[in-house]
Design a protein around this ligand. Sequence first.
Ligand code: F6R
Length: 608
Amino acid sequence: MCGIVGYVGPREASPILVSGLRKLEYRGYDSAGLAAFSNAHVEVRRCVGKLDNLATLLREQPLAGTPGIGHTRWATHGRPSEQNAHPHRAGKVVLIHNGIIENYLALRAALEKRGRTMKSETDTEVISHLIDEEVEQGVGLAEATRRVVRKLEGSYAIVVLSESEPDKLVTAKSATPIVLGLGEGENFVASDIPALLEHTRRVLFLEDGEVAELTAKAVRITTFDGDPVDRQPRTVTWDPVTAQKGGYKHFLLKEIHEQPQAIIDTMRGRILQEAGDVGLDADLRAGWAKGIKRIVLVACGTAWHACLVGKFLLERLAGLPCEVDYGSEFRSRDPIMDDESLLIVVSQSGETADTLAAVETARERHAPVLAVCNVVDSSIARRASHVLYTHAGPEISVASTKAFTTQLTALYLLALQLGRERGVIDADRGRRLVGDLVALPALVKEALSRERLIERVAKKYGNASDVLYLGRGINYPVALEGALKLKEISYIHAEGYPAGEMKHGPIALINDEMPVVVIIPQDAVFQKTLSNLKEVESRGGRIIVVTDTASPELEDVAWEMLTVPKTNELLTPILLTIPLQLLAYHVAVYRGTDVDQPRNLAKSVTVE
Ligand code: F6R
C-alpha cells in the first residue's frame, strides 16, 4: 500500500505533489520520491524515510518543471532504500506503482535476457522497462502502457511519464485504487481523494482494467484493449480530514473494513489452488523447515492471540507440536531451544522490544527464527532467519484489527504449506483448505455488512462496567482478542476466558448486570460451550451470542445474537473476530473515548 500522486498542468508540479503526498503519508512512509519534466527531460528526487526527508532534499536540490509524479512507499518487494524508492526509471520512461506484481520474477528474467539491467530489487522496475521497450519501438505511451499491463499479474496502480511525450501522464489500474481529479486547465491523479481536495472536488474513479491518459486539457479513459470508456465525474463533498480516513469517522473503522482486501493481499501470489498447496516467498520454499521437530510461537498482545490460534493451525495442519509464550516471559524462563526448534515470532510493527528480545534469545541457542511481520525490513524482520510478510498495509489506529486477521491468514498459509510438505495433508484436503481461504474475503465482507445491528447492541450494553468473553478451543483466543479490543478502546474492564474454566472461578462475577459474550460456532465443542452458556443463563448474565449458526437452542438463551457466515473450523476465528471488533468500536464511540489513540497506549512498544 503506497501513496501515488500525479499532476499535469501549467503550475510547478513539485509543491503540488509534496502537498498531495502529505495527505497520503498514512499509506506508507518507508521512502518517498518525485519526478518532473524539466526541458523535456525527466528529473528524479527520492530518499529513504518520511516525506520530511524528501522535503529537505528538495530544498537542497530543487525540482522544477511539470508534469510530475510523486510516491510514498510501503515496502513489499525490496527493503526500504533509495535504490528501491519510486519513481523508477528505464530509458525514457519514469514510473510509480502501488501494489504487487506476482509474475515479476519471470518478467525480470525475460528482460535481463533481452539485455536490460535492473537497478533495484523491486517488482516495479520491470514495468518501467517493459513500457520503455514499447516506447523505443515508437509506440505511443498510452498504447505502450496498455500492451504492458496485459502482461502483468497481481495488483497495481501505476502512473507513467515518458520523455517521448512530455505533455502527459498515463495511469492504469487493477485491484488497487486510482482516482482522477479534474481541474480547470490542469488534471490530477492520486491513489486516494485527500490528495486532490485542495485543488478540485470533481473526481473520476478509474475501474479495474482501465487506462487513463491525462493532459492539461483532457482526460481520456480506455479499457486495457483500447475501447473508449465514457464516465461522468462525481463531486466529492467530504471535508479533508474525513477524506483521509476514506470517509470513515476513525482509522480504526477504516482498518476494520479494509480486512477483506488485506486478507487478499496476504494470500496474493501464494496460493496454488489447483495443486491444493501454498507457495510461500522465496526463502520459505519447500524444504526450508525440514529439520524442525517443534515450534515455539512468541508475541505480545493481539499478536500473542494470533499465536494461540497459530498453535491450533500448526498442530492440526502441519502435525508439529507447538508452544506459545509471551515475548516478555520467553527469555526470562531460560527456554529450551536448539536447531530443531523453530521460533515463530508474530509482530505487526516488527519493533516490539519483548518480541525482538525473544528473537535474540532463540538466536543465541542456534534456533531458526521465522518472523510473521507487517512492516517490511523492521528490526524483527531483519534479525529473523526467515520472514513471512502479511502485506496488510499501514495500520494507523493503535488498536490492532487488520494486522490480527492477516496474521491468522499468514499462519494458515504457513501451516498448510508445512502440512502438504510433511505429508499430513493430501492434495484433495489441500484443495478444500485453499478453496475455503480463497472464499474467505467475501465472507468477511458479509460479516462486516451486519454492522448496524452490532451498533445497536453496543448502545444497549455500552454502560456496562465489566464484560466477560467466553470461547473454547480455537476460538478461545478470539474471546481474549474481543476482550482486549473492548478494554483498550472503551476502557471497560473485560476478561476473556476459556468457556470450560468459567466454573472454576469467574462464575462468581456473574450477576444480572453482567454482559457475557459467548463465542459459540457450530463446531465439535458446541455442546460443551452450550452447557457453559446455560450456566451463565441460570445466574442471570446478559448473554450476547456470537455464532456462525443461529439455532433455536441458542435463540432460547441469547439476549442478542450476532452471526457470521460459515467457513471451515480453522478459519472461524477470523470471521468471529469481526463482530467483536465492531462491538468494541461502537461501544467506544458511544462512550466518547479517543478511539484511534486510546490513553496510555502506543502503536509500537519499543521498551521492555
Ligand atoms: C492491541 C495491540 C497490541 C499489539 C502488541 C504487539 O490492539 O495492538 O496488543 O498487538 O503491542 O505489537 P506488534 O504486533 O507490533 O508486535
